[in-house]
Design a binder for this molecule. Structure first.
Ligand code: KG4
Ligand code: ZN
Length: 314
């Protein structure tokens, strides 16, 4: 079963082709450089740049997979959530190809796709407990089958990635600043600052706006008092607060839902501390199937959408 998938929900335009679950190609056209100057994604610009990426991304995917477009059995695309102008382009590309080769079109959810990014080259044993951490989402999901997802907790305000990027901007880092905070945190002291633990209330929901404000106010106060900004220590203390709450909530969820697989998904799953937290939780709770996704499948890509389509159709 050959599936061609399109992911265009934010600032990456990606086309992947997989054959019986095996990734043949995963071409990603990233726009980070173009959005950098604005300190974040500009939706109108993202949609316009997607339009420019369609032809060469599709041609590159077909070339790398050594397939003719008529050999594709299904087309899949990200239907939601995301930037509307960006999503429309993915939908139109999907519909056009499906119409042209007369094959079925499958509309999929971006978050479910992220979770199945961890399923590429790994087997899921159900039920799966998935921690979704991206620029737009922070949520815990239970996955009972590829067609049965339950959100047990979600962001009530800022998502974790958004919080990373906003703190990073105040520290003077380029967009997206998440990876840079991660890098500086590795050499900082996590106990240097005692930042707010977001929504430390026994629920499965997340809130990162209080932590964001706490860190940004601390930086401003240091600046106003002409003090040096201990960048590494701020990054390490912030990262500890941001990830420690995830560890606490996941521990509780593991005890309640008794998953057979533990995994993490979304752009922030590339974070070194979070990857360690998941490994540790898996070990502590004896969940043998603890899966840390490959870096290439953490941030937005079409292979995860293709894999989700494959598992659903199978
Ligand atoms: O999933 P994604 O590519 O796009 C959305 O669907 O939102 O996630 C992008 C987010 C950005 O906020 C970026 O800063 C964050 O993932 N990110 C990281 C790391 N790598 C990417 N955050 C923390 N540490 C990282 N290593
Ligand atoms: Zn995403």
């Amino acid at each position: 079963m050959k599936i061609l998938a399109i992911e265009s929900s934010c600032d990456e335009f990606s086309i992947s082709i997989i054959d019986n679950g095996k990734v043949l190609t995963n071409i990603i056209s990233s726009q980070i450089k173009q959005h950098e100057a604005f300190g974040g994604v500009v939706p109108e610009l993202a949609a316009r740049l997607h339009l420019e990426s369609i032809d060469y991304t599709l041609l590159a995917a077909l070339k790398e997979s050594k397939l003719d477009i008529n050999e594709i059995d299904y087309i899949a695309y990200t239907e939601r959530p995301g930037l509307i102008g960006s999503l429309i382009i993915g939908k139109l590309v999907g519909e056009s190809i499906a119409e042209y080769i007369n094959k079925p079109l499958v509309a999929l959810d971006h978050i479910e796709g992220h979770i199945f990014g961890a399923n590429i080259n790994n087997e899921f044993e159900y039920p799966v407990l998935a921690m979704v951490v991206s620029g737009g989402h922070t949520q815990i999901e239970m996955v009972y089958s590829p067609n049965d997802f339950e959100v047990i907790g979600a962001t009530v305000d800022d998502a974790i990635g958004e919080c990373y990027d906003k703190v990073a901007r105040v520290l003077g880092f380029k967009y997206p600043g998440g990876p840079l905070i991660d890098k500086h945190a590795l050499v900082g002291n996590k106990n240097a600052f005692n930042f707010t633990q977001p929504k430390n209330d026994g629920s499965y929901d997340f809130s990162y706006s209080g932590l964001k404000t706490n860190v940004i106010n601390t930086i401003h106060n240091l600046k106003q008092n002409y003090k040096e900004i201990p960048i590494n220590d701020i990054c390490a203390s912030f990262q500890f607060a941001a990830t420690n709450i995830i560890e606490k909530k996941l521990q509780k969820a593991i005890e309640e839902f008794k998953p057979k697989t533990l995994t993490i998904a979304g752009g922030v799953s590339a974070n070194s501390e979070l990857r360690e937290v998941i490994k540790l939780l898996g070990k502590k709770n004896n969940i043998k199937n603890t899966i840390i996704p490959e870096f290439q499948y953490c941030t937005d890509n079409a292979a995860m959408i293709a894999k989700l389509a494959y598992e659903k159709l199978k």
